[in-house]
Unconditional design. Structure first.
Length: 399
């Protein structure tokens, strides 16, 4: 029964491109058009049922475990085929039923798991620092780079991202900055070194706290950079500027109003905030169940409407919104290439299953920006709408 149902669904689902499936019992089926097919093998006889019942989890786990193998290990080609078909025709609804069910339920689950913030952060960011050295730039920027020109290197684009954000903060010498989710300290170092800011950075990752604190000391900036192992909700005082890069994705939908109220309370009357986050260009929807289980527990990618509503209720004024579309796909492609180049070192740190999981994560994430409707939002906001220049010329005058 499951085999017949699976074959029927694949016939309806694969319309653009072709997929050839070798099943555990040895039979082969072909779905799609006359183009050269992506060839996969299902080594688990129960996998068709699992894919029909929970496609995201089943596909990711099967690839991790080797129960689904791809000819020439063309993971990029396979996921591109799957995502394009899901995005371009109504047959994609065959695999969206669980997402439609999960969308209203996920905020409830997040509300009950809000006290797990530190554990969720540790799950991902307290992995071996050597792992991140394999694929990140030297500054350890683990967020979307800014490719002001397409021929930029990853290092150049990450540096450009930091300065693009700094321009949006309209910084003056000596101003105070709260960096929510400061990572390994790269943004704090740039704002202190290049713009003369006094930065307070907070993180829940013990590994990031250790590294960021050490970097500030080694740069001779310990008197201007204060790195704390602290929840942003516990930070007291007011700041001239608030910046948060790649942290909002971990806040969780039920905490949005709390988050923006804290941003508003932390800003001086003429203060400016810049929030840089991944989001979806669709209506609100549930975040990938596989990503939430294996990569970012508690993570949620907001729709712009959800962010804007919370900003309004918190009493902040949106002064600029920029949508970065292709930039994260390029960033992730660089990370993927670097990781694969050094995959033997990753295997020495962890194991083959982890490496397959990480490849699946980086590849699926890249294609989420190329094929699906993911983007990066940069929200500039202020307590006083006149705190920011009336045109965007100031963003590019330095360049």
């Amino acid at each position: 029964m499951w085999a017949r149902a699976f074959d029927a669904v694949m016939d309806r689902f694969i319309r653009n491109g072709a997929l050839e499936i070798t099943h555990a019992d040895g039979r082969t089926t072909r779905h799609g058009d006359d183009s050269v097919p992506i060839r996969i093998t299902l080594n688990d006889p129960d996998l068709p049922r699992k894919i029909l019942m929970e496609p995201e989890i089943a596909l990711g786990e099967a690839y991790m475990d080797g129960r689904l193998t791809i000819a020439q290990d063309d993971l990029h080609g396979f996921l591109t085929l799957a995502m394009r078909n899901r995005a371009t025709h109504s047959a994609g609804d065959l695999f969206r039923w669980r997402q439609r069910l999960a969308s209203p339920v996920q905020p409830v689950i997040d509300r009950f798991s809000a006290n797990r913030s530190k554990a969720n952060v540790a799950h991902h960011y307290d992995l071996s620092s050597e792992l991140y050295e394999l694929f990140l730039d030297e500054d350890r920027q683990y967020s979307c780079a800014y490719f002001a020109s397409p021929d930029m290197t990853l290092e150049e684009a990450q540096e450009a991202k930091k300065h693009h954000i700094a321009q949006k903060l309209c910084l003056s010498e000596g101003q105070s900055v709260l960096d929510i989710g400061c990572g390994w300290g790269g943004m704090a170092l740039t704002l202190a070194q290049d713009y003369g800011a006094r930065v307070t950075g907070v993180t829940l990752s013990e590994e990031q706290h250790r590294v960021a604190k050490r970097r500030a000391e080694e740069a001779g900036l310990a008197d201007r950079i204060d790195i704390r192992l602290e929840d942003y909700r516990q930070v007291k005082g007011t700041f001239d500027r608030v910046v948060s890069v790649g942290m909002f994705e971990h806040v969780g939908r039920p905490q949005y109003l709390t988050y923006f109220r804290h941003v508003e309370n932390s800003l001086a009357p003429d203060g400016i905030a810049l929030i840089h986050t991944i989001g979806t260009l669709t209506a609100p929807r549930a975040t990938s169940s596989w990503i939430r289980k294996y990569i970012f527990p508690g993570g949620y990618l907001p729709a712009m409407s959800q962010v804007v509503r919370s900003v309004e209720v918190a009493g902040l004024s949106l002064t600029d919104v920029e949508v970065l579309r292709d930039h994260y796909a390029r960033t992730l492609a660089h990370w993927q290439e670097r990781f694969v180049t050094r995959i033997e070192e990753a295997r020495a740190l962890y194991d083959e299953r982890f490496c397959r999981m990480w490849r699946y994560y980086l590849t699926a994430a890249e294609l989420g920006f190329r094929v699906d409707r993911l983007a990066v939002f940069q929200f500039q906001m202020a307590r006083d709408k006149d705190a920011v220049p009336v045109t965007r010329g100031y963003l590019y005058s330095a360049a």
